[in-house]
Design a protein around this ligand. Sequence first.
Ligand SMILES: NCc1[nH]cc(CCC(=O)O)c1CC(=O)O
Length: 317
Amino acid sequence: MEQMPSPNAPLKIGTRGSPLALAQAFETRSRLMAAFDLPEEAFEIVVIKTSGDNAALIAADKPLKEVGGKGLFTKEIEEAMLAGSIDIAVHSMKDMPTLQPEGLILDCYLPREDTRDAFVSMKYNSLAELPEGAVVGTSSLRRRAQLAARRPDLKMVEFRGNVQTRMKKLGEGVADATFLALAGLNRLGMSEVAKSAIEPEDMLPAVAQGCIGIERREADTRAKMLLDAIHHAPSGLRLACERSFLLTLDGSCETPIGGLSVLEGDQIWLRGEILRPDGSETITGEIRGPAADGVALGAELAKQLLAKAPADFFCWR
Ligand SMILES: NCc1[nH]cc(CCC(=O)O)c1CC(=O)O
């Protein structure tokens, strides 16, 4: 006969095994321990290997979008949660698909970190210092398109793997510079590798950049009670607005998209952009309104950008 889990059984926290994913899982556990004055033993961190961690797939030089794109880092984790082998899952919201599978819900967000991209290089201090023809390593379609728009002289090379792998490649001289989310560097205690931060006016970050979200089974009332205590409502408002923008754009991972919302009192200000992958055209827009209407505002800005986009802007249309 199957055993019912005891209400005092450790809460199983699912995560990928990369150093950044583990740091995010530890941060989540610390916040839960503090909120309920619980010992570490009340939680169990369960590392789950995803297709995105498959060395054979990742070692290939193909851009990530050809390997499988969004969902690549979440599928196996969500399956484990539906099967009951983990109770909650800690995610970088930037990598999350806009819709969750039936039975799972994402309504807990930790206080958002710095949303900016960092300029990382062993030779130069800023994007402006990069000499003509310098080589930039990035696997991000967004960063690639944004850089091509600003600096058509730069050469781009495919650059993948976790932060440590990318730093090693920089050291080997594979590229002169790369761009990484400042949030990830901060969480890894590696902020010193950032030579400078790129302001959103220069490079709009990815939707949801810098935010950790925690997913659970919709019917799991114990997990809900625990997660409600660490949920950061302002970050939730910003994420709801940005993810609505993304959902309405229906951006497959073939579309370079930037988006960032900021709270100003009870108002929210959302900036968004879509680009051609080669950076030859950028369509931008912004919208303001009550933060409580963030979902409608995000969808509205997406519609405005879509209306401005020429028919051939999206490769799948
Ligand atoms: N796509 C990988 C990824 N997913 C989340 C982060 C950084 C942390 C965050 O944005 O929350 C990164 C690395 C990067 O872009 O430098």
